[in-house]
Design a protein around this ligand. Structure first.
Ligand code: TPP
Length: 582
């Protein structure tokens, strides 16, 4: 039975048949299948380069010496964009480079799905032509892929030489089960008759990345939550907090789908940008929960079916949407049972975040989160750092950001340093060693200010790709790109930073106060951690939360509802009455 894996096999065979043997490989996740197919094949000579911008210039260098076509392969997200400068040079120099750019399944493009920007839109003078392989599901697609891949390779030398892009769609999981329901989608604009109701529904509001909210917006959202018993799902990037919020990506990482049923909403309302929150995405997009209605609120009014559950798009700003429901709706008080919001709050309260873990990004986030001063700015590098720091609370006046628009590791520090020029607040960056290396030039920005604090987690490569997959040498060579970066010390000091480093929890804790305090200099604190400890720590905090019993959670939720209705004393009497033996 043909599958999309055939795309990789077709490509590898054709590279051989066309005698393209030199491959420049960039680290990443979406290109893992391709890398595994070539890295130990004696036909190929592979080179690891972390930064996609360098990779293309590096490939040009290989061509200048060998006169042979060179292939490159990068992952999805922002990686392809960074091929553009080098490809432009190759275009005008007429260098035959085959840029194999992995992309997500095409259905995710423009859907606010993580790491899925449109990759087929390179500038006209960067490649002779872009080709896209079909996503293979039957033999028609195999024929199609063989033809398109050949066409791309032939284009390298047609009417003169030059670079060519070949996009390869990838999906690292497949969805099994019944055919999805055919949903009809509606768009409502300001002034339309909004013929919808939240009456009697379990409502969840999810806030994606968002600049900090104005007080009146916050109050209105709380009023909405109060009226509809709505739980507000947030993470650091939402920049929203209230006693109606849950930041439960830890819960969603461990809870089984059977048990999640009790917590699943009937209506999922989304505002803001992307959440960058994989555990949330994975749970809410499950086909088992296809009864959930996704209502998207956005001034662009676009049909963005992030969770495969979109039914309504409200083309308006957040204020208009919430005002409409708070003032005009004919809502009548829920299902008459336990509070939905309280069920979630109880689930959240059940989590144990104070798990003792070895020295790692997790232990550092656990220790440092409460020490980050109120009013600070924090920028997280994507994926691992973002996920780990979302396990722990920050003061609600801390504002948080991450480049989750196109998911690049290329510009996090530049974004943070840009912020530091426009505020006197302390500005923290949490970054891994590959992302640090990628954006290392930003440290030299003239006039860098003393409010910059960079926490560099040096775990020897892209730990993101080792989590749960084992960290063998195979992963280290090209996928996680270990061994490219040693330490920030020299460059940090050259750029006028105070440099601190820690190899253990004790050393880290000794520097922590200095790092979060006022200083005359910007500071880099480099923590050297092992990938073993990174894995152990993350797995341990998940494991210790796996015993969560949702029945306990729901009971706690019911108890809170009763307490709210009859008061603490009434609840106590009711409880002793119910517990009396017959
Ligand atoms: C420009 C760009 N190139 C490649 C990627 C793919 N990518 C995502 S995370 C990652 C590894 C990041 O490693 P590091 O910064 O060391 O963080 P860690 O995962 O170790 O915490 C890579 C290469 C990307 N997102 N953006």
């Amino acid at each position: 039975m043909p599958s999309n894996r055939d795309n990789i096999q077709i490509l590898v065979e054709l590279l051989k048949k066309h005698d393209i043997s030199r491959l420049v490989i960039n680290p990443g996740g979406t290109n893992i299948a391709f890398v595994r197919a070539v890295q130990d094949d004696p036909f190929f000579t592979c080179y690891s380069v972390v930064d996609e911008r360098s990779a293309v210039y590096f490939a040009i260098g290989l061509y200048l010496q060998t006169g042979k076509t060179i292939a490159l392969c990068c992952t999805s997200a922002q990686a392809t964009r960074n091929y553009i400068p080098g490809l432009t040079e190759a275009f005008y120099k007429r260098v035959p480079l085959l840029a194999i750019t992995m992309m997500k399944h095409p259905r995710f493009t423009y859907q606010e799905y993580m790491q899925a920007p449109d990759q087929s839109s390179l500038p006209a003078d960067s490649v002779k032509k872009s080709f896209v392989l079909p996503y293979i599901s039957d033999v028609n697609d195999v024929f199609h892929a063989i033809r398109v891949a050949n066409q791309a390779i032939l284009e390298l030398s047609r009417n003169g030489m030059g670079p060519v892009q070949l996009c390869v769609p990838w999906l690292d999981y497949s969805i099994e089960g019944a055919r999805p329901l055919v949903r009809s989608m509606h768009r409502y604009s300001i002034g339309d008759d909004w013929n919808v109701s939240l009456s009697g529904k379990k409502v969840m509001l999810v806030i994606g990345e968002h600049r900090p909210f104005a007080e009146e917006d916050r109050e209105l959202i709380n009023e909405f939550s109060d009226k509809f018993d709505a739980v507000i799902y947030t993470n650091h990037l939402s920049n929203f907090s209230s006693d109606r919020c849950v930041s439960s990506n830890l819960l969603l990482s461990v809870i089984e789908k059977e048990k999640f049923k009790d917590l699943a909403p009937d209506v999922l309302i989304s505002i803001g940008g992307q959440t960058g929150d994989y555990p949330f995405y994975r749970m809410l997009s499950r086909p088992e929960f296809e009864g959930i209605e996704h209502w998207r609120v956005a001034p662009d009014g676009n049909v963005v079916d992030t969770y495969d559950k979109l039914v309504n798009v409200f083309q308006c700003d957040d204020w208009y949407f919430f005002k409409h429901f708070v003032s005009d709706s004919d809502y009548s008080s829920g299902k008459g049972g336990a509070s939905y919001l309280d069920g979630w709050l109880a689930a959240e309260a059940n989590l144990n975040r104070a798990v003792s873990v070895p020295f790692s990004n997790v232990s550092i986030a656990q220790y440092l989160s409460p020490l980050i001063p109120g009013g600070s700015v924090v920028q997280f590098s994507i994926l691992n750092s973002l996920r780990v720091w979302d396990l722990f609370e920050l003061d609600e006046s801390v504002s948080c950001f991450s480049n989750v628009g196109a998911f690049g590791i290329d510009g996090g520090m530049s974004t943070l340093i840009g912020q530091s020029f426009a505020t006197d607040a302390l500005c923290f960056m949490v970054v891994g060693d590959l992302a640090f290396l990628y954006d290392i030039n930003s440290l030299s920005i003239r006039g860098i200010r003393s409010n910059v604090r960079i926490l560099l987690i040096n775990n020897g490569g892209g730990f993101e790709f080792k989590l749960g997959t084992g960290h063998d040498k195979e992963t280290d060579r090209y996928i996680a790109a270990a061994g490219h970066f040693k330490t920030a010390r020299g460059w940090a000091e050259d750029c006028g930073f105070e440099y601190l480093s820690a190899k253990s929890e004790e050393e880290f804790e000794a520097f922590a106060k200095r790092f979060v305090g006022e200083s005359d200099y910007p500071i880099i604190l480099e923590a050297f951690v092992t990938d073993d400890n990174e894995a152990l720590a993350y797995e341990k905090i998940l494991r210790e939360n796996q015993d969560l019993k949702p029945s306990d959670v729901i009971i706690k939720g019911v108890k809170r509802s009763i307490k709210r209705t009859v008061g603490a004393e009434g609840a106590r009497k009711l409880s002793s009455f119910l517990n009396r033996k017959a």
